[in-house]
Design a protein around this ligand. Structure first.
Ligand code: GLU
Length: 512
């Protein structure tokens, strides 16, 4: 037997921004292909002209690129099975639909939308089979199975619009062999005669998807669970075309669920609970509504990918942090679960934190420098790196770097009121303490940790106070609030001059 070439595809429709569930599908396809030395293909399924959204295709490719998911064949690179955009393949599909008509597996239908409504109305509240186009209704409708052959020829010759529908068999068991779910059996009578080719001259998703998977020699179809109901229809199409032998293997991935596990994760959950459900920020071209993205919220792509990989797959060990190469090495469909995976926004932040703390300081300098440039501030890389060293342990997302460190670059303009009330009282005692501290600390010239520390020790011993009684008001003067690393670290990093200046400023601005 010839060795099976591994070829998988990610086949998004450009109907809007790519949901993180879609990114996960692309990721699993990518890991699978790379692991087995196969090819990864991007195919844009844009045959539904009514749902086409401007900018969506670009958004999709940019998102995948950000994640580091690479394609061997795609709309830009091309490849031996192109074109890879279905709209550019439009001319091939009608002949395939007609081939099924000729073989007796599909038929022309001429019903108007009103007639279809009437059918649904007739079947309503009765048997579901009577409200759908299928074995139980088709002979009472207007199609090439119910009308005399002459009339059909005439209608077609006169240019009357038609659709082509698949002829679903009555009472047959259809087996979908799924790599994740095993043998899934569906009764054909539960299916309807789906449209394969539309009256507007475009194929439907079902037809174009099967024809292209076949022509592109796709070996495995790895996609979301929401496509499982379509799989029996797809199995029939492969059989009817005579492609049963080379039918791809199916793997339907579990759904991504809301954090509470109740239903599919949606954009609304993200809005409600304050986390993005899209990889990149998306601006709706019509409403101009902006949806937040992981990239803009300050996630690293490696962390995002690592987190996504674990939503439905596990390595069978305790290890949670994986680079893309490690994921490729470990990935297998055997370890993808059947059950939906709850999305956990807290865990997403945890992943990012892990990547952030692991990064060397100098790799993070650029993120802070961008903030400094916005404010026309200039600091040396070495200084910025030393600040990052002090604060990164408490940062989860990239913006936390600035939020946790701004006071190393600019003095506080205001003092947090509740904090003032708490630590700057009784007023004359605290301010008096700081006045004498300022007088004495001025004489410390060797501005290093050890000499400064022993000076402070001596000072509090002399005053008979506890460390906190000095350090907390000092924090107020240095930071303006209760934030930040240890005061000793702040003092050394800011330097002697700035340290003294902030005490002086505070003593001028705060009650004495
Ligand atoms: N175009 C479909 C989508 O938008 C592809 C489904 C499939 O992979 O077959 O997800």
């Amino acid at each position: 037997m010839a060795e099976l070439k591994i070829r998988v595809r990610f086949a998004p429709s450009p109907t809007g921004p790519l949901h993180i569930g879609g990114v996960r599908t692309a990721l699993y396809n990518y890991l699978f292909a790379r692991k087995l030395g196969g090819k990864m293909i991007l195919r844009i399924e844009d045959t539904d002209q009514n749902r086409y959204v401007d900018g969506a295709e670009k958004y999709i490719t940019e998102s995948l690129d950000w994640c580091g998911i690479q394609f061997d064949e795609d709309i830009v690179k091309g490849g031996p099975y192109g074109p890879y955009r279905q709209s550019e393949r439009k001319s091939i599909y009608l002949d395939y639909a007609k081939e099924l008509v000729d073989k007796g597996y599909a038929y022309y239908a001429f019903d108007t939308p009103e007639e279809l409504d009437e059918m649904r109305e007739r079947g309503k509240d009765k048997d579901v089979h009577l409200s759908q186009y299928g074995p139980f209704t088709r002979l009472g409708l207007k199609n090439s199975l119910s009308l005399p052959a002459d009339e059909v020829r005439q209608r077609l010759a006169s240019g009357e619009t038609y659709v082509i529908r698949i002829r679903i068999p009555e009472n047959e068991e259809i087996h979908v062999n799924d790599l994740i779910r095993g043998d899934v059996v569906v009764q054909s009578s539960s299916l309807d005669d789906k449209v394969l080719f539309k009256s507007d001259g475009w194929p439907t998703y079902h037809l174009a998807n099967i024809v292209d998977d076949h022509l592109m020699e796709i070996s495995h179809v790895i996609r979301g669970e929401e496509w499982l109901p379509s799989a029996p229809l797809h199995v029939l199409l492969y059989r009817y075309f005579g492609w049963g032998e080379s039918m791809p293997k199916f793997a339907h991935l579990p759904l991504l669920l809301k954090p509470d596990g109740n239903g599919k994760l949606s954009k609304r959950d993200g809005d409600r609970l304050g986390f993005p459900v899209f990889p990149l920020q998306w601006t709706d071209p019509v409403t101009k509504d902006i949806s937040s993205g992981y990239r803009e919220s300050g996630y690293f792509p490696e962390a995002f990918v690592n987190m996504l990989a674990f939503l439905g797959w596990n390595p069978g060990s305790e290890q949670e942090l994986f680079t893309m190469d490690e994921l490729i090495h470990e990935f297998s469909l055997d370890r993808v679960g059947k059950h939906g995976s709850k999305f956990d926004p807290e865990k997403a932040r945890w992943y990012n934190h892990q990547y952030l703390v692991k990064k060397p300081e100098f790799e993070l300098v650029g993120f802070l420098k961008r903030e400094l440039e916005k404010r026309a501030l200039h600091f040396e890389d070495r200084y910025v790196a030393s600040v990052i060293h002090l604060i990164k342990d408490r940062a989860n997302l990239i913006p936390d770097l600035w939020k946790n460190s701004w006071f190393f670059f600019v003095p506080p303009e205001t003092y947090d009121e509740p904090f003032v009330l708490k630590v700057w009282s009784p007023v004359p005692v605290v301010s008096g303490l700081l006045v004498s501290f300022l007088e004495e600390v001025k004489h410390v010239v060797d501005w290093e940790h050890d000499p400064l520390h022993s000076f402070i020790q001596d000072f509090i011993t002399g005053k008979n106070i506890k460390m906190g009684q000095l350090m907390t008001p000092l924090r107020l003067l240095m930071v303006g609030n209760n934030q930040g690393p240890g005061i000793m670290d702040i003092a050394i990093t800011l330097g002697r001059e700035e340290f003294l200046k902030r005490i002086e400023t505070g003593l001028k601005k705060l009650p004495r």
